[in-house]
Design a protein around this ligand. Sequence first.
Ligand code: URA
Length: 245
Amino acid sequence: MSEIRIDKLLSEMNYGTRREIKDAVKSGRISVDGLVIKKSDLKIDPSKTVILYDNKEVVYSEFEYYMLYKPSGVVSATKDNHYKTVIDLIDCEKRKDLFPVGRLDIDTEGLLFITNDGELAHNLLTPTKHVAKTYYAEIDGTVTNTDAICFENGIEFEKDTISKPACLEILESASISRVYVTIAEGKFHQIKKMFQALDKKVVFLKRITMAGISLDEKLSPGEYRRLTDEEIKKLKNPPRWRNTK
Ligand code: URA
């Protein structure tokens, strides 16, 4: 790993602003390899250095990757004046530049990746990569095979916007139907609007899989865990849905 200024490193790891870190250095609160440091612009290689802040070890990670079970009522944003954000739910010591990979509506729950790796996020979100996302949904209205054919053929869910082929699997066709929907796009309110175009209303929506990774069943709403190395590897090279062009 290359060298990085200690004030930059600590600021990235959420220990305060550069100014605050400069003050902490002046007060002798930070040590590197057992020696209290005097300069906040000291350059270090974090992979070879033990940093203590108030005698507690600082574990540096250039990139962080989490899987969150987003609950309903929380916004997919980094900051919000009214609602709790998905980043507020990550309550461990964390980097300050984390963001959600894409968005789920406030009332949608389920799988959301959180990272500070912009390239990985781009790979997952860019439409040309055709990354599949599967949702479990409950629909007010009887969902039929005709609806499934419409999903496959594309639905004009906004003026002049037709959805790409999507898969609708009917689990139960009733007054409140239960379905799985898989799409490889992510337009605003897309699934709700696709059903709306068929005169049906989504009453519950939960993302269960993205890029071939499923929401960990051990997580409850609001809980998260770090992704495994294997999962990160998969997200860096996400499978293309149905080998579409
Ligand atoms: N489609 C929607 O309508 N809402 C979501 O949150 C995700 C997909």
